[in-house]
Design a protein around this ligand. Structure first.
Ligand code: ARG
Length: 458
């Protein structure tokens, strides 16, 4: 079987079943650009080091340019017989330029080649994801700005707790996505290191200039141990962990959007273009996008589990197991990109229903803490104030009214120090405005945060 790079030693061709089982070309062909980029950098260095002639170098450049054109035009013929993206491109190169193509692999193994390709590919995907994360943050910041004064019941235990500004609530997600962007940027530093020069596992006897290749590929240095260089997939796991957190944040937001849109809450509506109907119930409009995103979170977290389990128990150095790193990684990137894009778009399609939010905030004695704080300012100890307000809430519940609807005389039975000024304190707006502390929910603080985020994202 001439198609195989190692055929001389083998006395029979590979079984068809094994060929299909071991081949990766139908998914790893998407690494083609990185593969050519890496090969060109390697060839340039081989020439600079006097290992490859100027003619051979030029032939390789010419061949790779043609292959690039063929792949871009969809005319490149990917062959299962040639197993993976690396062997497919190398075979075509040799077809096109002859012996120079056969010299390209000097001082290189597919083991350091594939590790380089995946890193180059992932680095560029991280850069795209960072832009998408920024766009999502910006979209949320704009919705937050418009809703800096809109009052939402804040929940703990999904029970009404204290009023918060809807804008403040959205900015909590902006904080999460900002941390996600930091995590991606940090992971990128370890992705962006060069394995080439490690060859199969032990390094190579050719005088390669690894630093030069790293510079050409705009990498932040070379992997310092050849065994580690070919067998390290930490960078893929780290990335997928950061991606999983992005999805977890998306999923939490999704859960809230779904709840808020349900009739029992009725806090928001999501534009029709992001929803679907029912084939049986004519009245239905379902928030499919956030539901699906919540579901896809499981998929990405699953990829993290897949990758981390893939590495467990692998002896040094390269093992074929590592070929299994690609599909989870590719799917993680694809899922994340689509999800971030659609959420940035959907943010602008959210209609807020402030009256419904406010009505809900009025239902759960959301300003009880404010009454306790009021009593503390009148001289009570907080624990005593807490106790007194609990009695007041009980009375209000029995009367079926809000605390602010109890007459002053009634409130004064709980503590004589309560005055007319209590009603401002008991109002949702009073409660909101009172939390005018860095990181708090007062509209003034929300606006300051909006300004900070805008400057940060500009
Ligand atoms: N397709 C392989 C992978 O994705 C490339 C490296 C194969 N190396 C080897 N010696 N079999 O990991």
């Amino acid at each position: 079987n001439k198609a195989q790079a190692w055929s001389a030693l083998f006395s029979e061709p590979m079984s068809e079943l094994v060929k299909r089982y071991t081949a990766s070309v139908f998914f790893d062909k998407r690494l083609w650009k990185a593969d050519i980029q890496g090969s060109l950098a390697h060839a340039e260095m081989l020439h600079a080091q006097g290992i490859l002639s100027a003619e051979d170098h030029a032939a390789i450049q010419r061949g790779m340019a043609q292959i690039t054109g063929e792949i871009e035009a969809g005319q490149f013929e990917w062959k299962l017989d040639l197993e993976d993206v690396h062997l497919n491109i190398e075979a075509r190169l040799t077809e096109l330029v002859g012996i120079a193509g056969k010299r390209l692999h000097t001082g290189r193994s597919r083991n350091d080649q594939v590790a380089t390709d995946v890193r180059l590919w992932l680095r560029d995907e991280i850069d795209e994801l960072s832009l998408l994360l920024r766009a999502l943050q910006s979209a949320l910041v704009e919705v937050a700005d418009k809703n800096a004064e809109v009052i939402l019941p804040g929940f703990t235990h999904l029970q009404v707790a204290q009023p918060v500004a809807f804008g403040h609530h959205l900015l909590a997600y902006v904080e999460m996505f900002a941390r996600d962007a930091e995590r991606l940027a940090d992971a990128r530093r370890r992705v962006n290191r060069l394995p080439l020069g490690a060859a199969a596992l032990a390094g190579t006897s050719y005088p390669l200039d690894r630093e030069r290749v790293a510079r050409t590929l705009k990498m932040e240095g070379v992997c310092q141990n050849s065994l580690d260089a070919v067998s390290d997939r930490d960078f893929a796991i780290e990335f997928t962990a950061a991606a999983s957190l992005v999805m977890v944040h998306i999923s939490r937001l999704s859960e809230e959007l779904i709840l808020w849109m349900s009739q029992s809450f009725g806090f928001i509506d999501i534009a029709d273009r992001f929803c679907t109907g029912s084939s049986i119930m004519p009245q239905k409009k379902n928030p499919d996008v956030p539901e699906l995103a919540r579901g896809k979170t499981g998929r990405v977290v699953g990829h993290l589990m897949g990758l981390i389990t893939l590495m467990k128990g692998q002896p040094l150095a390269y093992n074929k197991d590592n070929q299994e790193d690609k599909e989870p990684l590719f799917d993680t990137v694809d899922t994340l990109k689509d999800t971030l894009r659609i959420f940035a778009e959907m943010a602008g399609g959210i209609t807020v229903k402030p009256e419904a939010m406010e009505r809900a905030a009025l239902k759960g004695y959301a300003t009880a803490t404010d009454l306790a704080d009021y009593l503390v300012k009148k001289g009570l100890a907080f624990r005593d104030a807490h106790e007194i307000v609990a009695h007041a809430v009980k009375t209000a519940i029995q009367a079926g009214v809000d605390l602010s609807e109890l007459p002053l005389a009634e409130l004064q039975k709980f503590d004589a120090r309560i005055g007319q000024d209590v009603f401002e304190v008991l109002s949702l707006r009073g409660s909101l405005n009172a939390r005018n502390i860095l990181g708090g929910t007062a509209p003034e603080q929300v606006r300051a945060q909006v300004a900070r985020h805008r400057a940060r994202l500009a």
